[in-house]
Design a protein around this ligand. Structure first.
Ligand code: UN1
Length: 511
């Protein structure tokens, strides 16, 4: 229960202290941080000035020049130690995630687990980072690829995965030989401060073990859009990995393109699932419920559109409504809660606006009421199911809140066409036991998203796969598989070990 007297400010100070954050960084500053759980202000964080942000980026560039020549497995040792710090402080950091952004306990802890997992992945990667050897057309020659460190990597992260998405980028960038500068969401600077304090602890241990780590290797800059712009515009930042809205991507992408910097953009999603006639409906129900309601609908991978075959619609949809009506909404840190708060009033207004637009378009809404948990300044809602006759209006855009639009279909090809007929292209699923449908869905004629799943929901990807999407989702890939290549520069090397100089393409140039 949250009562009138529930207050987190003290808990937050205690957690931050344990995690090694100095009180002067989050008291008396200009950035008020509100816990969405109670709506109370839990800290006033000191913001970074533009001048200090520039200094941090310059220092990161200097650090890069030293870090890039340290052998990759030795760079990996730093990430290994950081993974240990995360393991040791999983409970505290997970709780801070819950307080600062309202995730339920298991998801707050899961977020830290995702950081630990990517550290493990990156440590292994630090002994790989391999290139190819390629057949050459010239005798006594060898041709190969070498992957080299890239430079300063700027990371802009969103409130909904306030620390894990930084870790995906940071762990890879560090083993790849890059330095990093992080601008967390202004809605979640505390978890940023805490994570960075743990990283600094890891750095200290690394140096104590006898390794070299240049000053300025990793920096945290705190503030709103203007500070993000300093990062995006700085000529020494070679790559920006930004997570957020498509609108943010539209602002950032062209700026980076104009100065030929690289970008990894992980923007909006308007993810869909198709429920086919042969679907296992028990499994589908659970898959849909987690993907659509988990994290209160505030994942970029959240399931937002559901296409249900005519033959199973009247069985599945009433069951889904029942699950929606019974799910426990409330204090995310209380046992049994599955749906915590929306991040703020803006998110709530967006939720209400989309629902009224859907109603105006003839949509039938179940759920969607505001739920009072803790006063006027926190925003809890019952997730909504909206049955729509047509694929139109608010269905076509991402509303970052728990709204699931449900539509009927009769031909799987039409369902796939609808699923692809939106701007975003992040994640997608099909629930089917028909191998032909499953394969069609994953084929060139199937889903056009970066993630296409079978018999699991759209969210909750593992770190081992490359993560990202197409079209308005921005096209970047982070995390697993060979996403590391985006954090390195590829060189092609041709080596002549003979004593003549044959030219390629048969060109003769005798002097
Ligand atoms: C995001 O919401 O920005 O696949 C990332 C998932 C998580 C990551 C989501 N592993 O839902």
């Amino acid at each position: 229960m949250i009562t009138e007297t529930t207050r987190f400010a003290e808990d937050v100070s205690a957690l931050l202290k344990t995690l090694g954050v100095a009180a002067k960084t989050y008291t008396g500053g200009t950035l008020a941080v509100t816990s969405p759980v109670t709506g109370e202000v839990i800290a006033n964080v000191v913001e970074t000035s533009a001048a200090d942000a520039k200094k941090a980026i310059d220092a990161a560039h200097k650090a890069f020049l030293d870090w890039r020549v340290i052998p990759a497995p030795k760079r990996g040792e730093l990430v290994r130690i950081f993974g240990e710090e995360l393991r040791a402080h999983k409970a505290e950091l997970g709780k801070l995630v819950s307080i600062e952004v309202g995730k339920v306990t298991s998801e707050g802890l899961g977020e830290v687990q995702e950081m630990i997992d990517i550290c493990d992945f990156a440590v292994g990667l630090s002994r790989q980072l391999y290139g190819l050897t390629i057949a050459t057309e010239r005798s006594s020659h060898r041709m190969m690829e070498t992957w080299q460190p890239l430079g300063v990597v700027g990371i802009i992260s969103a409130f909904n995965f306030p620390v894990a998405v930084w870790a995906w980028n940071a762990a890879l960038a560090l083993v790849c030989g890059d330095s990093i500068v992080w601008k967390p969401s202004e809605k979640s600077p505390l978890t940023g401060l805490a994570t960075h304090a743990l990283f600094e602890r890891a750095l200290k241990r690394y140096v104590d073990e006898g390794y070299d780590a240049p000053a300025g290797l990793s920096a945290l800059i705190i503030g709103a859009r203007e500070i993000g712009e300093v990062l995006v515009d700085h000529e020494k930042v070679a790559l920006i990995s930004a997570t957020g809205s498509t609108a943010m991507g539209r602002a950032v992408g062209p700026k980076l393109a104009a100065r030929f910097a690289r970008s990894i953009l992980e923007l909006g999603g308007n993810n869909a699932a198709i429920v086919a006639p042969t679907a296992d409906l028990d499994l589908t129900l659970r898959g849909v419920a987690f993907a659509a309601m988990g994290t209160a609908g505030q994942r970029c991978t959240t399931l937002r559109r559901l296409f249900v075959h005519d033959s199973v619609y009247d069985t599945l949809v009433p069951r889904l409504k029942k699950a929606y009506a019974s799910v426990k909404i409330g204090n995310p840190m209380e046992d049994g809660t599955l749906v915590g708060p929306l991040i703020d009033k803006l998110a709530f207004d967006g939720f209400e606006k989309a629902l009224s637009e859907a109603k105006a378009a003839g949509g039938v809404v179940t759920g969607g009421e505001r739920v009072t948990v803790s006063g006027d300044n926190s925003y809890y809602v019952r997730p909504a199911i909206v049955e729509m006759a047509k694929h139109e209006g608010p269905v076509l855009r991402e509303t970052f809140a728990p709204i699931l639009y449900v539509l009927r279909y009769s031909d799987v090809k039409d369902a796939i066409a609808m699923q692809n007929d939106v701007g975003a292209g992040l994640s997608s699923s099909i629930f089917t036991n028909d191998i032909r449908e499953a394969e069609l869905f994953m084929s060139a004629a199937g889903s056009d998203c970066g993630i296409a799943n079978v018999n699991i929901g759209t969210s909750g990807a593992e770190i081992g796969g490359a993560f990202g999407g197409e079209k308005e989702t921005g096209g970047g890939r982070e995390s697993g598989s060979d996403a590391w290549r985006a954090y390195m520069r590829r060189t092609t090397n041709t080596i002549n070990f003979g004593s003549t100089l044959p030219l390629a393409q048969g060109v003769v140039f005798d002097v």
